[in-house]
Design a protein around this ligand. Structure first.
Ligand SMILES: Cc1cc2nc3c(=O)[nH]c(=O)nc-3n(C[C@H](O)[C@H](O)[C@H](O)COP(=O)(O)OP(=O)(O)OC[C@H]3O[C@@H](n4cnc5c(N)ncnc54)[C@H](O)[C@@H]3O)c2cc1C
Length: 298
């Protein structure tokens, strides 16, 4: 969002990923900061690009600055589409573990809505209530009900982490290296506790790679808004910067079943056992009663 603020202050436009009303992840081009707030938050499935490349091309022709933020492969696709370089195009890629199939994500949304008998109003894939190192999925429903880190919401985290639903190209991704497609790359500095424990923050520490002169120049304008610490490549390395995600065995039969039966038939396999669910609920209940008794005795 700091990059958005900078680009919009220059009279530019920003293309980023949002959830639309149907909870489909799609890229849109926006020029007002209040419309860019929806770009915040990683969305763990492939976004639909629609006509965004041609919209960007038309905007670039007017001379306005455009920021495109997306996966490294989307930026490579944009550059190929534009054919020539544009001095007014700024790109920001994500260190990326892979994007899941939109069909699987759509199935998760329908399954959760069916299970709760309510429409989903918003999803946050990385809620930090329990800290950055223990992110959970928070879902808000149309009647205001919220589920955070419940066994049902976590179904998508487990499905994504299983790597079964990644796009086929993710398993042979050529961008899992320090050769980036964007002017700037953003990621999570997961190894902070081992490498730079003094800068650890329970709310998270980002990894920022400045890959081009333009990236360095733009970052120099917003750098004052952050606490920064230089890092070597050796210190910054993580698996998404060195090897593509491994294709799990059985992926092709899972994908065949996804096409024929839908994700709903898969959801059960990403839930905890009934016994674990009861234990978790019981634990939560006991903690709630204990805290009520505690506050009464104080
Ligand atoms: C699918 C995916 C996999 C990732 N894997 C890793 C990883 O392995 N290691 C790591 O360090 N970091 C990974 N990240 C990046 C990380 O989660 C954060 O996005 C990054 O640290 C920037 O955080 P932020 O809070 O500054 O920005 P964020 O609020 O996370 O958003 C940055 C930008 O990401 C774009 N975006 C969000 N979701 C998508 C999407 N599905 N497709 C295209 N663009 C999207 C939005 O346009 C937004 O402007 C991944 C992100 C995604 C979306």
């Amino acid at each position: 969002l700091e990059l958005c603020t900078y680009v919009i202050a220059q009279g530019g436009m920003v293309a980023g990923a949002i959830y639309d009303d149907e909870m489909t992840i799609r890229h849109v081009l926006r020029e007002r900061m209040e419309d860019c707030l929806a770009f915040a938050g990683s969305k763990y499935a492939q976004s639909s690009l629609g006509d965004i490349f041609s919209e960007i091309k038309e905007t670039l022709k007017t001379g306005r600055l455009v920021l495109f933020s997306g996966t490294p492969c989307q930026i490579a696709g944009l550059r190929r589409y534009l054919k020539k370089s544009h001095p007014n195009l700024l790109t920001c890629d994500l260190v990326c573990h892979g994007v899941a199939s939109p069909l699987a994500f759509e199935g998760y949304v329908k399954w959760l809505e069916g299970y709760q008998k309510k429409r989903i109003a918003s999803i946050c894939m990385k809620d930090k209530t329990h800290g950055w190192l223990n992110p959970q999925i928070r879902v808000e429903f149309s009647n205001g009900k919220e589920l955070n880190g419940s066994d049902e919401t976590q179904v998508w985290q487990r499905a994504y982490n299983s790597a079964l639903y990644m796009r086929p190209s993710c398993y042979r991704c050529p961008y899992t290296s320090f050769q980036r497609t964007g002017d700037i790359s953003l990621g999570d500095f997961w190894a902070v506790q081992n490498i730079k424990p003094d800068i650890f923050n329970p709310n998270g520490v980002s990894l920022v790679l400045l890959n081009t002169e333009m990236g360095k120049e733009v970052f120099s304008h917003i750098k004052g808004n952050f606490k920064t610490e230089p890092l070597s490549e050796k210190e910054a390395i993580q698996s998404s910067l060195s090897v593509p995600v491994k294709m799990p065995e059985g992926r092709s039969s899972v994908m065949n079943s996804l096409s024929s039966k839908g994700f709903m038939s898969h959801a059960r396999s990403f839930r905890s056992s009934r016994a674990t669910r009861y234990r978790t609920r019981l634990g939560r209940f006991i903690r709630m009663v204990a805290s009520k008794l505690n506050s009464r005795n104080q």
